[in-house]
Design a protein around this ligand. Structure first.
Ligand code: 5AD
Ligand code: FES
Length: 349
């Protein structure tokens, strides 16, 4: 592709928030448009969100999981994974600490762990809601029945993160055992929206067997879903999974996709993810410059962090929450943005 063609495509995406499949394919395969792509994405991001970077306190509540996804280090089939689960009291303490550090969003993330019944979760959510009325409670606990999602919502949860992982059912099949389906994932996402959650979805970049066509299906699915949050990160190998021999996803393709997402969904909350920071030492900073506007530092108690081992060499496992936020403040300001203490709701589309 010529430089001229690359720039033409970026400008078209900037103006129309969309391209044809053929044009997305061209853009995804070439590095030629990258500089302009990042610049345009940053322009759009600044026009809506200025220099603000929202922080979300991530609390990894349990690494027990009933699922066996082929890419994930905490899959139930990994017998070498040392399991832990935080108590509701420990989780609440994390929120308290997070609040004093300036967090106004708590993300309760975990494997699909049956110990956390709806009853236990609802009582925990209600307690957090009562104690921190000015905060958002985000859940990231996988696939549930609609009734359960509704009960959590009624207890005070407002946001839900559930990546669709890959929108193509056949590709989904190659990443997951038979009991999981792309259809049910999507059902969950639409249920969550209908209930009234702010919904986050997303996908891995460079997961095994992924094609450029698959990535375009991911973009199309997101257009259909119209999520408020979009989290993407490179696939990262884990040796204790069936995918041990696959390569990591591409850092530059991930950055390119962050910019494409910003141009397609100007209002979206897009994190510079931990996975991005794991495959490149300045990954999160570069993600912010390419259009991301959220970071999600870890608020889990330090002693458990290493155990939430979904992929290898995950960063921020040795630091206290306070250290992590200090470190991030420096990183964010080094590229000209500011971390803000704010609930950080989506600017309405
Ligand atoms: N590499 C990168 N991301 C992963 N996830 C799970 N396993 C991996 C991996 N090996 C992502 C999935 C999941 C999120 C919590 O982490 O997209 O939704
Ligand atoms: Fe966690 Fe730097 S952000 S240690």
């Amino acid at each position: 592709m010529t430089e001229e063609r690359a720039n033409e495509l970026v400008n078209k995406l900037y103006e129309n928030n969309d391209l044809t499949n053929e044009e997305f394919d061209e853009m995804l395969r070439s590095t030629k448009s990258d500089e302009l792509l990042y610049k345009k994405a940053d322009t759009v991001r600044r026009s809506l969100y200025g220099k603000d970077v929202y922080i979300r306190g991530l609390i990894e509540i349990s690494n027990y999981c009933k699922n066996n996804c082929f890419y994930c280090g905490i899959r139930r089939g990994n017998k070498n994974c040392e399991r832990y689960r935080l108590t509701p009291e420990q989780i609440f303490e994390c929120c308290k600490e997070g609040y004093s550090l300036g967090f106004r969003t708590f993300v309760l993330q975990g494997g699909e762990d049956a110990w956390f019944t709806d009853e236990i979760l609802c009582s925990l959510i209600s307690k957090i809601r009562e104690s921190f009325p000015d905060c958002a409670i985000t859940l990231s606990l996988g696939e549930k029945e609609k009734e359960s999602y509704k009960a959590f919502y009624d207890s005070g949860a407002n946001r839900y993160l559930l990546r669709h992982e890959t929108a193509d059912p056949e590709h989904y099949r190659k990443l997951h055992p038979i009991e999981l389906s792309s259809e049910n994932r999507k059902r969950c996402l639409f249920d969550l929206k209908e209930i009234g959650y702010q919904v986050g979805s997303g996908f891995m970049v460079g997961s095994p067997y992924q094609t450029t066509e698959n990535l375009i299906s991911d973009l199309r699915f997101l257009q259909e879903l119209q999520p408020d949050m979009i989290g993407i990160g490179p696939y990262i190998n884990h040796s204790e999974t069936p995918f041990a021999d696959f390569q990591n996803g591409s850092f530059t393709v991930t950055l390119r996709l962050i910019s494409i997402l910003r141009l397609m969904f100007p209002y979206a909350l897009i994190p510079a993810t931990t996975a991005l920071g794991t495959i490149h030492p300045r990954g999160r900073e570069m993600g912010l410059c390419a259009g991301a506007n959220v970071v999600m530092p870890n608020l889990s108690p330090k002693d458990y962090r290493k155990l939430y081992d979904i992929y290898e060499n995950k960063i921020c496992t040795g630091e206290e929450a306070a250290q992590c936020i200090q470190c991030l403040k420096g990183r964010v300001s080094s590229v000209g943005y500011n971390i803000v203490t704010d609930i950080g709701n989506v600017k309405k589309h």
